[in-house]
Ligand binder design. Structure first.
Ligand SMILES: NC(=O)N[C@@H](CC(=O)O)C(=O)O
Ligand SMILES: [Zn+2]
Ligand SMILES: [Zn+2]
Length: 424
């Protein structure tokens, strides 16, 4: 099959292309990029007024498969991703059982190959059962194709064990995706520790809960030479520490999730657990620091931390409900509405943070529209206005604080390996 995407604003960080032109796809590859291409194509798409970017890459997703399929499964999660403009996603290993062995990685990759419209890569856990006691078979899982290791959902609190894992990751050439949370400091907290928490009578989570582990992980990355990627950064201090680490030449990258640059603790509605996630929504000052960090490229990646839960689970009180919100189907709209429209990020920076940079973190050849690359492409109308309706999500998870929010920016089409996998 051949596809000609005409007249879009092509934004490709890899080739530094930002101009209105055409993209010609033949079979599963980018065949030609240029102005007014004279080619015969089976399908011609008019992308006038739209962004044409390399397919988006989300390196932080929870697919809940195996074992928690009532929240999400590989097929529904991958469909939600395609609808959100993503052509590659990384699935975190905090499933049931935990993905801590090669055969468990194989299960996900096999099922994804059979069912998923996009690329699903399984991340391996760091310790057996995420118990923090003994290392998982990291080398075995690398042979099975994991692009990274992570203990996401918690931190490996034993720094010596964690350091050993980082050494293995460094030797294998894969990054460590770090969830930074000192579990001893959480103390039952369920939202940011601030005036609002006192008002609501809820126990708080301080910035230090995150900051102390970020500091530790950066120091261990320096000692081990491991590639450290900091997940869901939420504090102003995290931005400062990442900046310092980069100045020192330490291999560290960092991500910010749309909810952390869109909402602050002030937006929390009383006893609505759709505002409960880990790390929690922080203060306006933190939000400003995250935006500034994204703008000046200290923060490299926008990831969703798509964390689906059932309606029953999220209908519980702020105290009782599990942490996490869905994000695959709202990320593009929030990034455009909150960062691109107000001029904080250029459209090119959006392509960097949602596609090219995440590809670099995991050493993927994707995230590029260079000739010869896999034909993973997303077409986005940056001017389309609509109201987010969680009931229309392909994800099983409807747990979002953004239901009913007016946004700008809509995914019109997602193409993966030359196949149209989503069309608005
Ligand atoms: N972010 C969350 O609030 N929850 C995630 C775990 C995690 O990403 O730490 C989950 O698995 O539900
Ligand atoms: Zn996490
Ligand atoms: Zn997560």
């Amino acid at each position: 099959m051949s596809i000609l995407i005409k007249n879009g604003r092509v934004l490709d960080p890899d080739t530094q292309t930002d101009k209105v032109c055409d993209v010609f796809i033949q079979d599963d590859k980018i065949k030609e990029v240029g102005e007014k291409l004279k080619v015969k194509a089976a399908r011609v798409i008019d992308a006038k007024g739209c962004f044409v970017m390399p397919g988006l890459i989300d390196i932080h997703v929870h697919l809940r498969d195996p074992g928690l399929e009532y929240k999400e499964d590989i097929l529904t999660g991958a469909r939600a991703a395609a609808r959100g403009g993503f052509t590659t996603i990384l699935a975190m290993p905090n499933t049931k059982p935990v993905i801590d062995r090669p055969d468990r990685v194989r299960y996900v990759h096999k099922k994804a190959e059979q069912l998923a419209p996009i690329h699903v890569l399984q991340v391996g856990a760091i310790t057996m059962g995420q118990k923090g006691e003994e290392l998982a078979d990291i080398r075995g899982m690398v042979e099975e194709g994991i692009p990274a290791i992570s203990e996401d959902g918690k931190s490996v609190m034993n720094a010596q064990l964690y350091k050993e894992a980082m050494e293995i990751a460094a030797a294998c050439g894969i990054p460590v995706l770090a969830h930074c949370e000192d579990i001893n400091m959480v103390n039952g907290g369920c939202m940011n520790a601030d005036e609002k928490a006192r008002e609501l009578g809820l126990p708080g989570i301080t910035n230090s809960v995150e900051n102390v582990i970020i500091a530790r992980d950066i120091l261990l990355a320096r000692d081990t030479g491991a590639k450290l990627h900091l997940c869901h950064c939420s504090t102003g201090e995290s931005v400062k520490m990442v900046e310092m680490a980069k100045e020192d030449g330490i291999h560290v990258t960092a991500e910010v999730c749309p909810h952390h640059f869109t909402l602050s603790t002030d937006d929390i509605k009383e006893n609505d657990a759709n505002y409960k996630m880990n790390p929690p929504l922080r203060t306006k000052e933190d939000v400003e620091a995250l935006k500034e960090g994204l703008k000046n490229n200290i923060m490299d990646v926008i990831s969703t931390d798509h964390a689906p839960h059932s309606k029953e689970e999220k209908s519980q009180s702020m105290k009782k409900a599990p942490f996490g919100i869905v994000g695959l189907e709202t990320s593009v709209a929030l990034t455009i509405s909150e960062l691109v429209e107000p001029g904080i990020l250029t459209p090119m920076q959006m392509a960097e943070k949602m596609s090219y940079n995440p590809a670099q973190v995991i050493g993927s050849e994707r995230g590029s529209l260079a000739v010869g690359k896999p034909a993973d492409v997303v077409i986005i109308d940056p001017k389309a206005e609509y109201i987010i309706d969680a009931r229309k999500f392909d994800s099983k998870g409807k747990n979002t604080p953004f239901h009913g929010r007016k946004v700008t920016g809509k995914v019109k089409m997602t193409i993966c390996d030359g196949q149209i996998v989503y069309q608005d």
